[in-house]
Design a protein around this ligand. Structure first.
Ligand code: DGY
Length: 326
């Protein structure tokens, strides 16, 4: 008898085909986030779950779904999954790193440019009929080339952004990370390690790319923003909870920093209303990895992980490989 798996969100046909070759697939057809009760009900009797960043996998859910052996998320971030609870129960968890690195870095850099050069503000003004004539300082923004690019979280995506800044725009790259990069990687990127406070002080443009965790919660708040230059821009493509949005909105309103570009929000898809009224913030709906080729690659990697996890093979990108050897 085939094992049963759940595909929790609308997904590419190739994912369903790949999974259906091995499993009995219960694919949620409509494009909505299942409420926790419905997710729990649909996971009954399932050995595997193909999920995205919108499904929360908690200890309580795992206890209610004892047959679940693998959770494969189509995302690199996994803060929606209680990894420790999965490991303790022998549930394998996988994510989708690497395949989205360059695409996400492209977007991070685009958001930096859009924010620093006030592109969204200009487009809004133009569409609203507010473009009356040329003026020497009309929509004058911040310089990008040759300035100092600060990166908080120097994993794969942080490094890909560093390359764009250093080699594309002649920027000085400074970074802070839980662990310092190897000397040869620092040399290759031309990146200088700084303590977090010093990074905040020196960056002309600060990009947040660190993974979300309890200790990263609101790690950019009023005190941190106070260290930044009044001309600085802040870009967040990591997770909304990293930034205290009320403190950021106040700082933007009072021009204590110049501008912010945000692709992620603490209560998304709800956006803090304080941010919505500000001209100096660019808001995008969590689309940093959203190109079709990249999203397809992520989807197929998640499917490959699920096939491997439930057929005794080694999944390409496990997060708790210790479960495999247990
Ligand atoms: C990721 O892969 O973590 C992106 O944020 C999309 O969810």
């Amino acid at each position: 008898m085939k094992k049963k798996v759940l595909v929790a969100r609308r997904s590419p046909a190739a994912v369903i085909e790949r999974l259906a070759a091995h499993f009995e697939v219960d694919a949620v057809p409509d494009d909505r986030v299942l409420p926790p009760d419905e997710l729990r009900a649909r996971l009954q009797g399932k050995a595997g779950a193909y999920i995205t960043g919108t499904e929360r996998i908690t200890a309580e859910l795992l206890d209610a779904c004892p047959e679940l052996r693998a959770v494969c998320t189509m995302s690199v971030g996994y803060n929606h999954i209680d990894l420790a609870a999965c490991t303790a129960r022998g549930v394998l968890v996988t994510n989708t790193p690497d395949v989205l690195t360059e695409t996400t870095a492209d977007f991070g850099f685009a958001l930096l440019m859009t924010t620093a050069r006030r592109m969204s503000e200009g487009e809004r003004l133009l569409r609203d009929g507010g473009w009356k004539s040329w003026a020497w300082d009309f929509l004058a923004g911040a310089e990008v080339h040759g300035t100092t690019l600060g990166i908080l979280g120097m994993g794969r995506i942080g490094q890909a952004i560093a390359r764009r800044g250093r080699f594309g725009f002649g920027m000085q790259v400074v970074y802070h990370n839980r662990s310092r990069l190897a000397a040869d990687t620092e040399a290759e990127l031309g990146a200088r390690y700084l303590a977090k406070d010093e990074l905040l002080r020196q960056a002309d443009h600060l990009v947040l790319v660190l993974p979300y965790s309890a200790e990263a919660h609101h790690c950019i708040g009023a005190a941190e923003i106070a260290l930044m230059k009044p001309t600085a821009t802040l870009v967040n493509i990591a997770r909304g909870g990293i930034v205290d949005e009320d403190a950021l909105a106040a700082a933007l309103r009072e021009r204590r920093i110049a501008a912010a570009g945000l692709d992620v929000f603490e209560g998304e898809p709800r956006v803090n209303p304080a941010l919505l009224t500000l001209p100096n913030v660019v808001l995008t709906p969590h689309i940093a990895s959203a190109t079709l080729p990249t999203r397809q690659a992520m989807a197929l990697l998640a499917a490959d992980n699920l096939v491997a996890a439930l057929t005794g093979a080694t999944p390409p990108t496990p997060l708790n490989p210790q479960v495999l050897s247990a």
